[in-house]
Design a protein around this ligand. Structure first.
Ligand code: ZN
Length: 145
């Protein structure tokens, strides 16, 4: 975010992509202000600790941060590692680089339609057609047609 010269997102001016769903992404949401609810936080299930943040205003490039591997001489104690991380320069902790990025679409609001099986309101873009019935994903996958 320092490289982008930006503060936290108030709305959709920033976009964040994360490539894993472990605890670290909670911190990324707090720091960037990008959240699932705002529609500017995207999860790619690649199992990698890679975080990419981009500004929509000039969105040609994002800043990607990849944690560096721990080296020898790293303290064994989790508390000591945490203390060191809090004072270490960012370049010591992360490989940070500008990356080309195709920005995801802005968040949009869709109508809900009722699933013909369970009756639950479902976002229209997620409803599947099954032989003329409109089904939510779980109902379409369990074969309850
Ligand atoms: Zn259903």
């Amino acid at each position: 975010m320092a490289r982008l010269r930006t503060g936290r997102a108030e709305d959709e001016e920033l976009v964040t992509l994360v490539e894993h769903d472990a605890c670290g992404v909670d911190a990324v949401q707090v720091l960037t202000g990008c959240t699932f609810g705002k529609g500017n936080f995207f999860f790619r299930d690649y199992g990698k600790h890679v975080y990419t943040v981009a500004r929509r205003s000039d969105g040609k490039a994002g800043i990607s941060a990849k944690p560096k591997r721990r080296g020898e001489g790293e303290p064994a104690s989790k508390d000591e590692r945490s203390r060191r991380m809090l004072v270490a320069p960012l370049d010591e902790l992360f490989d940070i680089q500008e990356v080309p990025l195709e920005l995801p679409e802005r968040a949009s609001i869709h109508d809900s339609v009722q699933c013909d099986t369970c009756g639950e309101p479902t976002m229209a873009t997620r409803v599947r057609d099954a032989g003329g019935k409109r089904l939510c994903v779980p109902c379409s996958e369990t074969g309850l047609k």
